[in-house]
Design a protein around this ligand. Sequence first.
Ligand code: ADP
Ligand code: MG
Length: 420
Amino acid sequence: MNSNEIEIHKELKKYFGFSQFKGLQEQVITSILGQTNTFVIMPTGGGKSLCYQLPALIQEGTAIVVSPLIALMKNQVDAIRSLSSENGIAHVLNSSLTKTEIAQVKKDITSGLTKLLYVAPESLTKEEYVAFLQSVPISFVAIDEAHCISEWGHDFRPEYRNLRHIIKQLGKVPIIGLTATATPKVQEDILKNLDMSDANTFKASFNRPNLYYEVRTKTKNIESDIIRFIKQHKGKSGIIYCLSRKKVESIAEVLQVNGISAVPYHAGLDAKTRAKHQDMFLMEDVDVVVATIAFGMGIDKPDVRFVIHHDIPKSLESYYQETGRAGRDGGEGHCLAYYSYKDVEKLEKFMSGKPVAEQEIGFALLQEVVAYAETSMSRRKFLLHYFGEEFDSETGEGADMDDNVRNPKHKVEAKEQVVK
Ligand code: ADP
Ligand code: MG
């Protein structure tokens, strides 16, 4: 190790208490400390936050962190503050602050105390803030959830499109973009929109070798099929995703009637009930949560043993994120999706009310889900290929962990024909 490496290992231990970097973190941090534009693509849970937090803490000046969700920013600020004796080490700048609070934030930045300033993209467009940030030393700008910049991402935020313009006004500061969305299209969009084709790019593998992928044809027996599946996984934690709130309610009820401990979760329930059901799942008072996609953001239950898609998701990114909540601890994770072409038509009908450009993207993303559901090749290979990653379906890690590989359908049919 050279002296720089020793230095950042020491800082890692000092601030975060970790003795080792995870995955590509060290390379990413070295790139940022070298004042280079940097692009990081890592799956959820890969440890992206530390990639900007650590260099921010050890460099001169304040790092600006752009993030789309106020709740996530608050969590991170609290976490950083707990590492330090100074509250001012990290701040959030948003529209909910009082004048006094804003004055305190500015004071802490000016005095050099604040190492991390979290800002929502819409706050960063405010003249007043931009003028202030121009007057203080900025170490770098981190753009978390950078896929929000792309219409091909699953969470497009138009405000993200203005970021490059604003960052340019701050003078020459390095940018670090981070995302867990790995499709080549989204990556291209990010680099183009942030005008950083020169960026050092670090991409971690998206392979989850401990997840087993399975697609079953959806029939009218789906409910008894799900019940059977859950009973085979007695006492294990699982999530069932449904498209509509109504379906969530009815499936939760069917499970309860059949002696399975399950609760519903969707945005139509009041906040108190949602929090209660989420806690019951986390504390293992219930085995199963039946939910819309409203459930899962920031949920970190390590031992979720299965994720069932009662209805197909709208894109493979969503599918990857949702199934990715299984087997976080490295143990078994069964990902079972039910597929029927009728559901595809339903989703298409949903989209038909949207602007044409959005519809086209939506249809294209959905077609990929259809292709995934109907494929007879290794599902893992298909999924990883979609994320721009080559996978060897003979020797790759987790190669035999899907229904198509375990029970190849087409080979069997071909053989039967020969016998005839
Ligand atoms: P991401 O943003 O990529 O989804 P996070 O930044 O939220 O991931 O990190 C996920 C988890 O990994 C956190 O609990 C974090 O504390 C942990 N983590 C990050 N870096 C390390 C490390 N070097 N060693 C151990 N745990 C780490
Ligand atoms: Mg993150």
